[in-house]
Design a protein around this ligand. Structure first.
Ligand code: AMP
Ligand code: MG
Length: 205
């Protein structure tokens, strides 16, 4: 990819962000099971179509300074599969007690709704399109409005693809390939969200 193409891509990102004061960097963790090879005879404890959010991590980036000015983190109690698989606990480091003592998706959604009113004129961003689809899936299960609905969503992985020649598989590998130091625990919503923010800061800074 030539320098010119990258420059135009960066300008395009700056243009789409120009109308906003804040960018919410979001990462969700959800119930899951190990999706092994398709020949596996073991039925999945959690089928992908029934994944439910168990953690919402969100950091508020001030687009004027590219600094994180606030954060929101909540565990969420899943309804369809309230018992986490060992695979899920190992992947996310989220424990059964974390979700047992957590509020429901609808309740956490109300808390988030109240939190974001402090940071108006915002869009939100996440690594890939999984998080946006998961929020829609959750809203379907809970029969409530989709969290962050009405706010523009940006896919940071797509931005990254337009700016860097080498594509890593995951968020952590991408952070490290950019020469940034990974912060916190991988596959924890709030830590993943902070690292998404560092990628954006590095891209735009
Ligand atoms: P992440 O933001 O990458 O931590 O992933 C979000 C959610 O996707 C996790 O909480 C899991 O529900 C699911 N997930 C991520 N990686 C895997 C994996 N290797 N196998 C199964 N589910 C996964
Ligand atoms: Mg994550």
């Amino acid at each position: 990819m030539c320098i010119e193409t990258k420059f135009l891509h960066l300008q395009a990102i700056q243009n789409v962000l120009a109308p906003y004061r804040y960018l919410y960097c979001v990462d969700l963790e959800a119930t899951c099971d190990e999706v092994g090879d398709l020949e596996s005879s073991r039925p999945l404890a959690v089928v992908p179509a029934q994944m439910e959010t168990i953690e919402i991590g969100l950091v508020v980036m001030d687009l004027e300074t590219l600094e994180i000015v606030d954060e929101f983190q909540r565990f969420v109690r899943p309804q369809i599969n309230p018992v986490l698989t060992d695979f899920c606990k190992q992947l996310t480091s989220i424990q059964q007690a974390d979700v047992d003592s957590a509020r429901t998706y609808v309740e956490v959604g109300q808390e988030l709704g109240a939190f974001v009113t402090r940071y108006p004129n915002a869009a939100w961003a996440s690594w890939g399109d999984y998080d946006a689809r998961q929020l829609e899936r959750d809203a379907g299960f809970a029969a409530c409005p989709t969290l962050l609905a009405g706010l523009q969503h940006f896919n940071v992985r797509k931005w990254h693809k337009g700016l860097y020649d080498i594509q890593q598989k995951g968020l952590k590998q991408s952070v490290e390939a950019m020469g940034l130091v990974w912060q916190g625990t991988y596959h924890r919503g709030i830590d993943d969200a902070k690292n998404v923010a560092s990628i954006i800061k590095e891209m735009l800074g």
